[in-house]
Ligand binder design. Structure first.
Ligand SMILES: [Zn+2]
Length: 147
């Protein structure tokens, strides 16, 4: 890997750790030329995953889309960047655990909700209210009882 500071190709790894629920590998690297240090992350590629939309259309999974959905649920919650990263990693780990190559939007929403529930109740309720297309309060309380 090239050094991001001087672009020389000779770098060495001096520390490796598994991060966040074991879904990522974190490496500290040092450049042999300019001696600057930098971090790299290794994460499983979910590029194989297809998301089946309501219309039946299939789309390639996008971490950016998942991240922004989770981010929306955490608006107004302090230190959301760190939390949103951790939540997104957890959701991706659960997606990998399903061992499926295709998931529907509701299946993904269920995984998101079961994850949010453990992290933050306010974010869980906000995501549910935003994504469940709820017509009435009665429907909302019915949805809430599922979790
Ligand atoms: Zn360098």
């Amino acid at each position: 890997m090239k050094c991001p500071f001087c672009r020389q190709a000779t770098t060495e790894v001096y520390n490796t750790r598994s991060t966040r629920f074991g879904t990522q590998t974190w490496r500290r690297r040092r450049c042999m030329t300019c001696h600057e240090s930098f971090t790299t992350y290794e994460a499983p590629d979910l590029g194989f995953l297809k998301v089946i939309k309501k219309s039946g259309q299939k789309q390639r999974y996008s971490r950016a889309k998942l991240y922004s959905g989770v981010y929306g649920a955490f608006l107004s919650i302090p230190q959301k960047e760190t939390t949103v990263d951790a939540v997104t990693d957890t959701i991706e780990a659960k997606i990998l655990d399903t061992k499926k190559r295709e998931l529907s939007t509701p299946e993904i929403a269920t995984i998101v909700l079961s994850t949010l529930k453990h992290f933050n109740t306010a974010a869980f309720v906000r995501f549910l209210a935003y994504h469940a297309n709820l017509a009435s309060d009665a429907q909302l309380s019915r949805e809430l009882k599922k979790y």
